[in-house]
Write a protein that binds this ligand. Structure first.
Ligand code: SF4
Ligand code: SF4
Length: 91
C-alpha cells in the first residue's frame, strides 16, 4: 500500500534561454514558489533576464513556461540522481 507520506513531490529543473528573454518579469511575478528573480545582467537584446534563485523550491507547475511570451524559459523534471539522493537498498 502506498501512503500519502511516501509520495515524493516532483521537483523541477529550470532552463532559461537568456537571449530570447524580453525582461517582462512575468515568470518572476507569477511563480507561486518565488523561485526566480530578475538579474542585473543584460542579454544580447539589452534586457534583464531572470535567474534561478531557489531551484529546490520549484514544484514543476510549469506556470513560468506557460506564461512566457518569448518561449525563453522551460522546466524539466529533476531526476533523483541529480538531487544527490540514493535509492533505498533492498536485500
Ligand atoms: S515550474 Fe512553477 S514553481 Fe517552478 S519556477 Fe516555474 S512557475 Fe515556479
Ligand atoms: S516571462 Fe519570459 S520573457 Fe518574460 S522575463 Fe521571464 S523568461 Fe523573460
Amino acid at each position: 500500500m502506498v501512503y500519502f507520506g511516501d509520495v515524493k513531490p516532483i521537483k523541477g529543473k529550470i532552463h532559461i534561454k537568456k537571449d530570447r528573454c524580453k525582461g517582462c518579469a512575468f515568470c518572476v511575478e507569477y511563480c507561486p514558489k518565488d523561485v526566480l528573480e530578475m538579474s542585473e545582467e543584460f542579454n544580447v537584446k539589452g534586457y534583464h533576464p531572470p535567474f534561478v534563485k531557489d531551484e529546490d523550491a520549484c514544484v514543476y507547475c510549469q506556470l513560468c513556461e506557460s506564461i512566457c511570451p518569448e518561449f525563453a524559459i522551460f522546466v524539466t523534471i529533476k531526476e533523483e540522481e541529480e538531487e544527490g539522493e540514493k535509492g533505498e537498498s533492498r536485500p
